[in-house]
Design a protein around this ligand. Structure first.
Ligand SMILES: O=C(O)C(=O)C[C@]1(C(=O)O)C=C[C@@H](O)C=C1
Length: 105
């Protein structure tokens, strides 16, 4: 009688196991990206380069919107994610530059 519901619950657990794996992958990918942008922040600060590069961001957005479209992901969502991440990266860059400046470098 409850077989349908049991099957649905089993399927839900299966999907959730995949979701958990994918969420873990996202965290690891983000950690690697931020490890890389931290190095970019140090390079920019050491060479007095501006934290933000709007032109580069426009290129990234155009590319990611194209990729999202091909992957059947909403391009607006892809753009929002990239913009959100870039804002955080810029905040980190500025903090690194301020630390350097206050250390007298
Ligand atoms: O490529 C850079 O110059 C970066 O600082 C990295 C990054 C990014 O997260 O991709 C962040 C801020 C810039 O505005 C553009 C790109």
């Amino acid at each position: 009688m409850s077989t349908g519901m049991d099957e649905a619950r089993a399927k839900l657990l299966e999907y959730r196991a995949s979701i958990d794996n994918l969420d873990a992958a996202l965290i690891h990918i983000l950690a690697e990206r931020f490890r890389c942008t931290k190095a970019v922040g140090a390079l920019k600060a050491a060479n007095k380069m501006p934290a933000a590069d709007p032109q580069r961001e426009q290129q990234q957005i155009a590319r990611l919107r194209r990729l999202a479209d091909e992957a059947h992901l909403d391009p607006d969502f892809a753009e929002k994610i990239l913009t959100f991440i870039a804002r955080e990266v810029i905040r980190h860059h500025e903090a690194i530059a301020e630390e350097r400046a206050s250390a007298g470098n």
